[in-house]
Design a protein around this ligand. Structure first.
Ligand code: HEC
Length: 444
């Protein structure tokens, strides 16, 4: 960027003027890098250009600026760090003084940082009094009553900044009630972020009382957390969590964990339950017999309904049919053109042929997180990963410690543990009969 060539003041005000148009992440990172140590000024509300930013633009920018600042603060250059620290301190101080709503803007932005350890680098810049007033404001906002469920969910993300009693009470409440799944997961993720050990222990204590709908996302959250995963292996080894409670998707994630030592421990646990090639052949054979028997007659409505329910439970986290489900794996369309038997093989032996686009990749991020999914987009600066459940995560190359193709499909092996031969026959019948939206044929 040629801004380097301009006198200093001018270059910053030029960059500030670019902000409202620069909405893609690559352009944002170029602008931020060009502003360097002065990046805090890009959205400083004391400057006239930044004053006119709307809330949405500001949020998008904070999401790129905060990780950048945390990374800078962690680097070696101590002189530049001191300057940045001082400037950020004044910036935050001034901003928080403007209105109480500003506390929530900062809370939303900081909650998106991957871990408490990283957020602490930023908090260390704050004046102690700013931090305590801010924290009090957020704690009060969390416990406000009479909120809409959607509002409650965004407050759940602020539990990252609550005290341990407040967190514990919330966690207890959402696990005990039939709170919506997203609200439960937002709470669980916030509590893991703030205190992984205590949260993991609370979750494992309640695990067998959770519905399967909650068990799977809870296990996935624990597997991808650097601290929680260790307590999880311990819990399975000591049979607090039993192997049949672990779904195929979770099991696959465990067996491909990028930390060798953890992967080995998981592999040992599953050793006796993994089918050998010969056993898999036998499993497929026994399913085929049932399938042949059932596909001779036309399916009735109730069995189709059951097939649909199986799809929603076991497959919709990765496949979309019509309005249902997520596009992580290939969209399932024109399935009536495939024979029931072809579908049986696709489902029970997903690794017979693996399309490289859908190979599972594990990414170890430098903050310790492990993300697993298919690579949706790749550029020189970043990787976009699509995880089961449809979540897209953008990871900067600079933060990637290791990327590993697992050599098999993201489609999990071992779905026979969740589907009896009859259930699978009903699912296949539903897949072959379902009317997908005619427009689906034109997508992708
Ligand atoms: C964790 C994600 C995930 C889950 C859960 C999952 N799949 Fe898949 N599925 C995939 C991916 C990824 C592929 C692409 C595999 C490849 O080409 O390597 C795939 C491929 C398929 C295919 C082959 C599609 C084609 O065009 O050839 C079928 C059929 C299928 N899945 C059905 C199912 C069914 C039925 C379920 C539930 C019982 C299910 N899948 C659960 C990720 C998943």
């Amino acid at each position: 960027m040629a801004a380097d060539a301009l006198p200093h003041e001018q270059s910053i005000s030029l960059l500030q003027r670019l902000i409202p148009q620069a909405m893609d992440s690559t352009t944002r990172s170029v602008i931020i890098a060009a502003a360097g140590a002065e990046s805090w000024r890009l959205i400083d509300s004391r400057s006239s250009a930044a004053q006119s930013l709307d809330a949405k633009t500001e949020k998008i920018w904070l999401a790129s600026l905060l990780p950048y600042w945390c990374q800078q603060l962690n680097s070696e250059n101590s002189k530049a760090n001191d300057d940045l620290r001082r400037n950020l301190q004044q910036h935050v101080h001034h901003d928080l003084a403007k209105s109480s709503a500003r506390a929530q803007v900062w809370a939303d932005a900081i909650a998106k940082l991957p871990s408490q350890a990283i957020a602490n680098r930023f908090f260390e810049c704050w004046l102690p009094e700013d931090r305590s007033v801010w924290q009090e404001t957020i704690s009060k906002a969390i416990d406000q009553t009479g909120m809409e469920p959607a509002e409650q969910e965004s407050r759940a993300t602020w539990l990252r900044f609550a005290n341990s009693k407040q967190r514990h009470d919330w966690l207890d409440r959402v696990l005990a009630t039939s709170a919506s799944g997203t609200n439960q997961m937002a709470t669980i993720e916030a509590c893991l972020w703030a205190d992984a050990k205590a949260t993991t222990s609370a979750l494992l204590d309640r695990f067998s009382g959770m519905t399967p709908r909650l068990q799977e996302p809870v296990l996935l959250a624990l597997v991808s957390h650097p601290v929680a995963v260790i307590d999880l292996v311990d819990a399975i080894e000591s049979k607090r969590v039993s192997i049949p409670q672990i779904t195929a998707t979770v099991r696959q994630r465990m067996s491909s964990h990028p930390k060798t030592e953890i992967r080995k421990r998981f592999a040992k646990l599953f050793e006796s339950t993994e089918p050998t090639d010969l056993q898999l052949k036998e499993v497929i054979e026994s399913y085929r017999v049932v399938l042949q028997r059932t596909s001779e007659k036309l399916p009735d409505t109730t069995s189709l309904e059951r097939g649909k329910a199986s799809f929603q439970k076991n497959c919709a986290t990765c496949h979309r049919i019509g309005q249902d489900g997520q596009d992580v794996g290939p969209p399932l369309k024109s399935l009536h053109e495939k024979s029931p038997e072809q579908l049986l093989i696709s489902i029970l032996d997903p690794n017979r042929e693996v399309d490289p686009r859908f190979q599972a990749y594990s990414v170890l991020v430098d903050d310790g997180r492990v993300l697993t999914g298919v690579i949706r987009e790749e550029s020189a600066n970043q990787i976009v990963l699509a995880e089961s459940g449809g979540k897209l995560t953008t990871i900067a190359r600079a933060e990637v410690e290791q990327v590993k193709g697992n050599g098999y499909s993201l489609m999990p092996q071992g779905l026979q543990q969740q589907l009896t031969p009859d259930a699978l026959a009903e699912l296949i019948a539903w897949l072959r009969n379902v009317q997908t939206h005619p427009m689906d044929a034109f997508q992708r």
